[in-house]
Design a protein around this ligand. Structure first.
Ligand code: NAI
Length: 462
C-alpha cells in the first residue's frame, strides 16, 4: 500500500493548489518543499514581493507627482529602504504562513526537504523514501543564464536579488524588456534610480499586442525609463564598484557600453528540474528543457505527472494553479480541464497592462476576419479623476459572429478589468453581450463596455 495517493514535488502555486484540491477531493496528499516557507518563487521571491514594492513605490509616485494637483500640500515623504523591504517581507510572511494554515486545514502533509524520484512511485526526501500512487512534478522555473554574464545577486542580479538590494542604485541597467524587467525597472525608477532597459528585439514586451506595447513604451519613457532596443548584450564586466554592460546594436553591429551600479538580468526563465533524477527514470523532455506531458499532464512514466513552469505554456502562477486543480480532478477520477485560450496576462506597472486571447498580429497571421473596438481611458471620467487617462481598452471580435477573440487593456486596474472579458470568452460571448451588460457608473469597467460598444454601432463617450 502506498503511503500517499499523491506526492507533489514543489510547494509553489502549481503544487500547493494541486495538493489542496487533491485533499478536498478525498485524496491523501503530500507536498515536498525544501524552502523554509511554502509558496514557491511566486510568494517568496516573485509575484507577491514585487507587488509589495510596486504598491509602495506607486504611492510614493502619487505623493510626488499628483498630490499637489489635488490640493494635498506639505512636506514630501522620503524612502526608508530598510523599512520598505521590511514591509515587503511582512507581506511575504503573511502569505506563506497562509499556505501553511491551508495545509493544516486540508490535512496536506508537508514533507520538508528537497525531493527526488529514485523509482516510479517513490519520492526521496533527505534520507527517507516515501511512496505514492501518483507523483507530480511542480518544481517551477529558474532564471535563464545569459552567456557572458555571471550572476552574484548583489551587483548583477536576477529578479530574486532585485528584491533585496542593499541600497537603491543610482543607475540600474535592466537586460530584457519583458515582464520582470519592466515591473522591477518601474520600482527602481520610482525610487529615483536612472533606469535603462536594454532589449534584444525592436519592441518591448514581445508577444504583446503591438499597439499596446507602443503605448506602454511611451508611457514608461514619460516615467523616466530609458530604452535601448534592438541591442544584444554581449557581456557584463564587474568592476570595483558596479559593472559595465557591453552590447551590440543589431542594425549595424556597432558596439557600445553602459555603466551601472546594479544590473538586473531579466531575459526569461527556464524549467527547474535539476536533481529530480528524471534522466535516470527515462522521462521524456522537450527540446527547451520542459517535461513532456500529454493533455492530462501525464509524462511517459506511469503515475508521474508534471504541471506549471516545468511543462510547456506561459510561465504564469495562475496557469500553474489551474493545471494543479485540473490534475487533482483527473487524479480523483473526474475530468479536469484548462482552457489555454483564455489565460490572462498582467503586468503590474502603473498603468497596468493586461491581455487575454489573440493579439491583432496573431489574427492577421491566421487570416481571420476580425473587427476592433477601442476606447480610450480619456473618455472615462473615473480614470481622468486619478490622472490615468493615458491608455485604452481594445477588444478584438470575429467580424462575422461578433464573438470575442481577444482583449488588450492598458490603464487603471487593467489586471482586474480583464477578467470580465475572460468570463465572457469562457461563455463564448459576443462583444454585443458585453455591450448590453449594464456597467456601474463611474467605474473603470465602463471603458470595457465602451470598447465592446465600439465593436458595434460605436462607443458613446468617444
Ligand atoms: P520575458 O520572456 O518576459 O522577457 C525577456 C526579455 O528579454 C525578452 O523581451 C527578450 O527579447 C529579452 N532578451 C533575451 N535575451 C536578451 C539579450 N541577450 N539582450 C537583451 N535582451 C534580451 O522574461 P522575464 O521578464 O525574465 O520573465 C520570466 C517569466 O516570468 C515570464 O514567463 C513571465 O511571464 C513571468 N513573470 C510574470 C509576471 C506577471 O505575470 N506579472 C511577473 C514576473 C514574471
Amino acid at each position: 500500500m502506498a503511503e500517499f495517493d499523491v506526492i507533489i514535488i514543489g510547494g509553489g502555486p502549481g503544487g500547493y493548489v494541486c495538493a489542496i484540491r487533491c485533499a478536498q477531493l478525498g485524496l491523501k496528499a503530500a507536498v515536498v518543499e525544501g524552502r523554509d516557507t511554502l509558496g514557491g518563487t511566486c510568494l517568496n521571491v516573485g509575484c507577491i514581493p514585487s507587488k509589495a514594492l510596486l504598491n509602495a513605490t506607486h504611492h510614493l509616485h502619487e505623493v510626488h507627482e499628483n498630490f499637489e494637483k489635488m490640493g494635498i500640500m506639505g512636506a514630501k515623504p522620503t524612502v526608508d529602504w530598510v523599512r520598505m523591504l521590511g514591509y515587503k517581507d511582512d507581506v511575504i510572511g503573511q502569505n506563506t504562513k497562509g499556505i501553511e494554515f491551508l495545509f493544516k486545514k486540508n490535512k496536506v502533509t508537508w514533507l520538508k526537504g528537497w525531493g527526488s524520484i529514485p523509482a516510479p512511485g517513490q519520492v526521496k526526501v533527505g534520507e527517507e523514501v516515501h511512496t505514492a500512487k501518483n507523483i507530480v512534478i511542480a518544481t517551477g522555473s529558474e532564471s535563464s543564464p545569459l552567456p557572458g554574464v555571471t550572476i552574484d545577486e548583489k551587483v548583477v542580479v536576477t529578479s530574486t536579488g532585485a528584491l533585496t538590494l542593499e541600497k537603491i542604485p543610482a543607475r540600474l541597467v535592466v537586460i530584457g524588456a519583458g515582464v520582470i524587467g519592466l515591473e522591477m525597472g518601474s520600482v527602481y525608477a520610482r525610487l529615483g534610480a536612472e533606469v535603462t532597459v536594454i532589449e534584444y528585439l525592436d519592441a518591448i514586451t514581445p508577444g504583446m499586442d503591438a499597439e499596446v506595447a507602443k503605448t506602454f513604451q511611451r508611457i514608461l519613457s514619460k516615467q523616466g525609463l530609458k530604452f535601448i532596443l534592438g541591442a544584444a548584450v554581449q557581456g557584463v564586466d564587474k568592476g570595483k564598484k558596479g559593472a559595465t554592460i557591453r552590447y551590440k546594436l543589431r542594425k549595424d553591429d556597432s558596439e557600445a557600453t553602459l555603466e551601472a551600479d546594479t544590473v538586473l538580468v531579466a531575459t526569461g526563465r527556464r524549467p527547474y528540474v535539476a536533481g529530480l533524477g528524471l534522466e535516470a527514470l527515462g522521462v521524456e523532455m522537450l527540446p527547451r528543457g520542459q517535461v513532456k506531458t500529454d493533455d492530462h499532464f501525464a509524462t511517459n512514466i506511469k503515475g508521474l505527472y508534471a504541471i506549471g513552469d516545468a511543462i510547456t505554456g506561459p510561465m504564469l502562477a495562475h496557469k500553474a494553479e489551474d493545471e494543479g486543480m485540473a490534475l487533482a480532478e483527473i487524479l480523483a477520477g473526474k475530468s479536469g480541464h484548462v482552457n489555454y485560450d483564455v489565460i490572462p496576462g498582467v503586468i503590474y506597472t502603473t498603468p497596468e497592462v493586461a491581455n487575454v486571447g489573440k493579439t491583432e498580429e496573431q489574427l492577421k497571421e491566421e487570416g481571420r476576419a476580425y473587427k476592433v473596438g477601442k476606447f480610450s481611458f480619456m473618455g472615462n471620467g473615473r480614470a481622468k479623476a486619478v490622472f490615468q487617462g493615458d491608455g485604452f481598452v481594445k477588444i478584438l471580435a470575429d467580424k462575422a459572429t461578433d464573438r470575442i477573440l481577444g482583449a488588450h487593456i492598458i490603464g487603471p486596474m487593467a489586471g482586474d478589468l480583464i477578467h470580465e472579458i475572460c468570463v465572457a470568452m469562457e461563455f463564448g460571448a459576443s462583444a454585443q453581450d458585453l455591450a448590453l451588460t449594464c456597467h456601474a457608473h463611474p467605474t473603470y469597467s465602463e471603458a470595457v463596455r465602451e470598447a465592446a460598444l465600439a465593436c458595434g454601432d460605436g462607443a458613446i463617450h468617444a
